[in-house]
Design a protein around this ligand. Structure first.
Ligand code: HEC
Ligand code: HEC
Length: 272
């Protein structure tokens, strides 16, 4: 008996069987993988204890993952970053506490060798930074300037004289920073006393280093006291005019004075 309904039903059943077998075919690799996992994994984990390397100290792990790619696993430098031999603790302290290291975007760095290395929140807590400094010194040996101990009870005015002679050309007379070829001299108001001391002794980037022969520890204290003062200067008398300097302030005074004078002259002239 011919019944279109029965044919359709039979077709649907065949289709369903085919779909099921296709699905089974797809499942085969997974089943095999499951069986392999059950058979192989216990043996692998039984072998594991013998293959695990000796535990790596946390700080060495940080150095290997965050610094070694540029400075080398022995800290002797690669073509992407300089050797750290002889840089000293002051340099490590400066670059790590000002968050300038690690440079976090190697691709951008490689694309642009002039990339400015900017101040940033430190990437590690102070204890980790000290541990990193200790660890790196074991790789490089001692040498280089130590972190200076700064005493802020020093003569500020004497420090101001040193600042205007040695620092203002780049950082501007109020410490607001200035332009250099390719790299900017940063503003100084965020730097801590120790970071200022580090920078003076180390001479990071394009900044010259000032060793104890150029500035003894006493003069360094005075200088740092003055630089910290610049972060909150007492502006005596009126508008500070954004600390633009004597020329700009003179110009403003001149412009206001001249306008006033011209208006007065006009007013007198019209009274006749
Ligand atoms: C992407 C590459 C890169 C990474 C990652 C990196 N550095 Fe650097 N580092 C540099 C380059 C390039 C310089 C040179 C900067 C300059 O001349 O201003 C430098 C300079 C330094 C200096 C100053 C060296 C000197 O001669 O005065 C120190 C210290 C330093 N890095 C420490 C570190 C530490 C510690 C880490 C890991 C926490 C790190 N760096 C991660 C590329 C890198
Ligand atoms: C030739 C120009 C030049 C002179 C002179 C100079 N600096 Fe710098 N200074 C720089 C540059 C450039 C940097 C940024 C370096 C870097 O890449 O980390 C800098 C960085 C600093 C920093 C770090 C600021 C921060 O926010 O992290 C301090 C602090 C500093 N200088 C203080 C001084 C003092 C104090 C003097 C005078 C004894 C001085 N500088 C003289 C160019 C100069």
């Amino acid at each position: 008996m011919f019944s279109p309904g029965a044919v359709a039903e039979g077709g649907a059943a065949r289709l369903k069987t085919r779909a099921t077998s296709t699905r089974l075919l797809f499942a085969v690799p997974f089943i095999l993988a499951g069986v392999a996992a059950v058979v192989l994994v216990p043996r692998a984990s039984a072998d594991a204890p013998r293959q695990v390397p000796a535990p790596v100290p946390a700080v060495q792990r940080i150095f290997l993952s965050d610094c070694a790619i540029c400075h080398g696993s022995d800290a002797h430098g690669t073509n992407r970053g300089p050797t750290l031999v002889g840089v000293g603790r002051a340099s490590l302290d400066y670059y790590l506490t000002t968050g300038r290291m690690p440079i976090t975007n190697p691709a951008a760095f490689l694309g642009n060798p002039n990339q400015a290395i900017k101040r940033h929140e430190p990437y590690y807590p102070p204890a980790t930074i000290t541990a990193l400094e200790d660890y790196i010194q074991t790789l490089t040996g001692p040498g280089g300037p130590p972190v200076p101990h700064i005493d802020l009870n020093a003569n500020r005015a004497a420090g101001g004289e040193v600042f205007r002679l040695q620092c203002a050309a780049c950082h501007a007379w109020a410490g607001d920073g200035g332009a250099l070829l390719h790299r900017e001299a940063p503003e100084l108001h965020q730097a801590t006393p120790t970071q200022i001391g580090d920078a003076v002794r180390v001479g990071p980037g394009l900044m010259p280093a000032f060793g104890p022969a150029a500035l003894d520890d006493h003069q360094l204290n005075q200088l740092v006291t003055y630089v910290r003062y610049l972060a909150h200067p007492e502006d005596r008398g009126g508008q500070p005019l954004w600390h633009l300097g004597p020329f700009a302030e003179g110009l403003v005074a001149w412009a206001i004075g001249m306008t006033f004078l011209l208006l007065t002259i006009r007013w007198i002239g019209e009274r006749k």
